[in-house]
Design a binder for this molecule. Structure first.
Ligand code: TYM
Length: 332
């Protein structure tokens, strides 16, 4: 039996980076999976509240993300789709694993250091322990593979360390999970600063393509993407980060290799090249957006999430009982 787990935070609007770096790969893995594979995909709302979220907005974003997953091709007959906070074992597992995680390990996490300096109301202890919650998400389902973007690699390494430490201390319990990070699309960059990651929390709207942006907005954002003054389309991340990022986006949307695309685009000027990127992106996102609006207000969505939470709880509960038994807490 192989288990695959991944999650996305419902904090703010879902970006093209989330889609190309994670959701698209999850859907591919789902579609290629055999009967011996279990997929658990969730909406990481407990992660989102490590920084303050306006409650009404958060509730909307949770449902919106569920509809996005389905619109992108998550099939509830093949994948267990659920909301993290509706499976209580996630919070419980996080506490149990905190007992074997060192503060120094958490303080070294680059995402913690980046987010910490942005907090104006003080840094919550949950922001520090966030990677343990994530390790718990993964280890609860005895996971083999975790499809994620590049920015989650360090968190995955910690999850592996925690799994190995637990196994050494309390005897073999967890599989040691492996990250699945694709070569192309694992780090989609900001359109305005192509040396920085495209991020949900970017203050500059035009730096980020949101999955639900309408056609005119997508075209405007791509046409104002920062490039360079060389006027020649080829792939070189150091010399041409903007063009290389657009080539990556194009490659993910067309399933053509970067080499093939450079051959096709090499004589285009930047205006023509950007138009091609925008056309392909609109082609890719339009059907997703149409399905999204159909699903969002359907009764089916609630049913899927209820069933998903029940199924995930069944697996998670078994694992939590085993972990507690191994640690010697409770009565048996
Ligand atoms: P989050 O919500 O920040 O991002 C969700 C997924 O999208 C990927 N991603 C990107 N990929 C390519 N380019 C980008 N610019 C880009 N931005 C984001 C992320 O790598 C991620 O795969 N802690 C996680 C959520 C989580 C999780 C888990 C993931 C919680 N528990 C267990 C896997 C397994 C997070 O904050 O992702």
């Amino acid at each position: 039996m192989k288990n695959i787990v991944s999650g996305i935070q419902p904090s703010g609007k879902i970006t093209l980076g989330n889609y190309l770096g994670a959701i698209k790969n999850i859907v591919n893995m789902q579609n290629e999976a055999d009967d011996d594979t279990n997929l658990f995909i969730f909406i990481a709302d407990l992660h989102a509240i490590t920084v303050y979220q306006e409650p009404a907005e958060l509730r909307k974003s949770i449902k919106s993300l569920a509809a996005i997953y389905l619109a992108c091709g998550i099939d509830p007959n093949k994948t267990t789709l659920f909301i993290q906070s509706e499976v209580r074992e996630h919070a419980e597992m996080s506490y149990l694993l905190q007992t074997i995680t060192y503060i120094g390990e958490l303080e070294r996490m680059t995402q913690y250091k980046d987010k910490m300096i942005k907090q104006v109301q003080g840094v919550s202890s949950a922001l520090l322990t966030y990677p343990v919650l994530m390790a718990g998400d993964i280890l609860l389902y005895n996971t083999d593979y975790v499809p994620v973007g590049q920015d989650q690699k360090q968190h995955l390494e910690l999850a592996r360390t925690i799994a190995e430490r637990f196994n050494n201390r309390y005897s073999e319990t967890f599989k040691v999970p492996e990250p699945i990070i694709r070569k192309i699309g694992a780090k989609i960059m900001s359109l305005q600063d192509p040396t920085a990651k495209m991020s949900k929390s970017d203050k500059l709207e035009k730096a980020v393509i949101y999955l639900l942006d309408d056609e005119a907005t997508i075209r405007k954002k791509i046409s104002s993407a920062v490039t360079d003054s060389e006027a020649s389309v080829y792939y070189d991340v150091d010399k041409k980060p903007g063009i290389s990022n657009l080539l990556t986006i194009l490659s993910c949307c067309t399933n053509k290799s970067i080499e093939e695309l450079v051959e096709i685009c090499k004589d285009m000027n930047y205006g023509e090249f950007k138009k091609m990127v925008a056309d392909e992106l609109v082609n890719k996102l339009k059907p997703i957006q149409e399905r999204y609006y159909e699903i969002l207000n359907s009764k089916e969505l609630d049913e899927i999430l209820t069933n998903g939470a029940q199924k995930a709880s069944y697996f998670a509960n078994k694992m939590i009982s085993k972990v507690k038994r191994k640690m010697g807490i409770g009565r048996k």
